[in-house]
Design a protein around this ligand. Sequence first.
Ligand code: 0WD
Ligand code: CA
Length: 438
Amino acid sequence: MSSRKRALSDVDILPDPKDKDQRLAHKQPRLDSSLSPPLHVSSSLPYPSTSQSASRAIPFQRPLPLISFSYTNDRKLEFSDAAMRYYVSPPLDADLGHGYERWIRRPEERGRLDGLLRAISEVRRRGTGDPVINIVSWRGVMTKILTGPYEDRDGWELNVMAISGTLYFEEFISDARLQEKENLTPHHRMQTYYGYSFESWCTASRPDASSGWGGDVDTNVQWCSVVKTKLGDTRIVIGGEVDCVRDRYDGRNDTMLELKTSMTIRGDRDKARFEKKLLKFYFQSFLLGVPEILVGFRTPNGKLKTTESFKTLEIPRMVRGKENAWDPQICLSWGERFLTWIKSNVESGNAAAPGSVWRVKFTPRVGVELASLSEEERREVEAGEDRIGFLPKWYYTEIQNASSPSAQRSGSAVQPEQSRSSGPSTPINRTLPAGWQI
Ligand code: 0WD
Ligand code: CA
C-alpha cells in the first residue's frame, strides 16, 4: 500500500508541445472559461509589485505540529500514523511508469475542509491545546495565496466564511474546472503518475526496508500533519499532506521530507525554469515546517536520473540574484496584506449579514476581488450536503455551542475561537512559541 498523489510539480512545467502555449501564456494571464461568472464585487486589492522589496519584514512563526492523521485506502480518516511512510533511497534508473495500470486513483473532488476540521475538533477534545485561530486552511491554499505575487498564469478562487473570529478558506472549484481536472489527456495523466510513482520508489512502511518499489499507488491513502503558526499578527492553523519521514517520527516536523519530481536540467533555460519552480516548492514545505525537499530529476519518458536534496530554508538564498529570482519577503508581506484585507472586509460585511459565504477571486497581474455570495451561489457551495455554507453542520454546531455563554461559564475544554488583537499572549507554557494560547 502506498500513498501517492499528483505531482503538481511535474504538471507545472511540461516538456511537451503544450509548453509552447505555456510560454505564450506567460505573456498573458489565462482567460479561464471554467472560472465562475463575474462577481458583484464589494472590495478589491491591487496586484503587488515584485520590483520593489517589501517595505518591512513580516515574521512567520515556526510551525508547531498539533496532530497528524491518516486517510485509509477506503478514504476513512483515522487519528493514527498508519499512512506515514519512511524514506528509502530510490534505485537510479527507476522506471516512473512502473505500476501505472494498477494505479488506484482517487476521483477529483472539491477541496472541502472536513478532514482538517475533524483534526481541530480532536485537538480540542483531547485538551492538548486550544489555539486561538484566526484562519483555518489547507496548506495548498496558503501556498497559492503566498506565491500570488509571482504567479503569472493560473487564477484561483476561494470560498470564505467567518465564524466567531475565525476565517475558513476553501478552494472553490467550479463544476467545469472539476471536469477539466478529471479528464486529463493520457499524456498529462502519465506525467502526473510519475510524481506518485517516485514517492513509491522512495518510501516504505518500515524505516529499515531495502530500496525498491514501495507498493502500488493508491491516491486515497494520505498522511497529513496539522500545524499552528503565525504570519504577522494572524494565527493560522494549516493542514497538509506529508510524503514521508527520515528514520523516525516523534510528533515533530524536523524529520519530515517532501518529495518532488522535475525534468533533468540540460541548460540555462531549464535551470531558470527550475529556479522559478522552487518558489512553490519552498512555500509548500515552509508552511508546514518541512525542512527538506528531495527532488528526483527524470527524463521526459519517466526514467529517474538523479536526486538532489534541498534544505527548505536555504532555497531563497539559492535563487537570489538569478534570472527568475523571487523574494519570499514580498510573498509574506503580500500574504499579510491579503489576509488583513479579507478579515476586515468579511467581518464588517458579516455584521450586516451574519453567516454569509464570500468568494475571493485571484487574477494574475490584476489583483483580488471579494464578493458576498447570493443565496443561489451559496446553495451551489452547499451542493445539497449537510452543511452551512461549506462547513459541515456538525462542526458548525460544535463551535456555536462552544461560543455560547453557558459553555464559557462552565469552563469547558472547548473554548470559543476568538480573534485577538495584536501582541503576543501571555504564554502559560513557556516551552511553546510565543503568540499561542494553550
Ligand atoms: O481534491 C482536491 N481538489 C483538493 C484536495 C484540494 C485541496 C486539498 N485537497 C486535499 C489533499 O488531497 C490532501 O488530502 O487536502 C489535503 C491536504 O492537501 P495539501 O497538502 O494542502 O495539498 P497541496 O499542498 O496542494 O499538495 C500536496 C500533495 C501534492 O503533492 P505535490 O508534491 O504534487 O505537491 O497533495 C496532493 C499532491 O500530490 N494533491 C492531490 N492529490 C490528488 N488530487 C490533489 C488532488 N486534487 N491536490 C493535492
Ligand atoms: Ca510531493
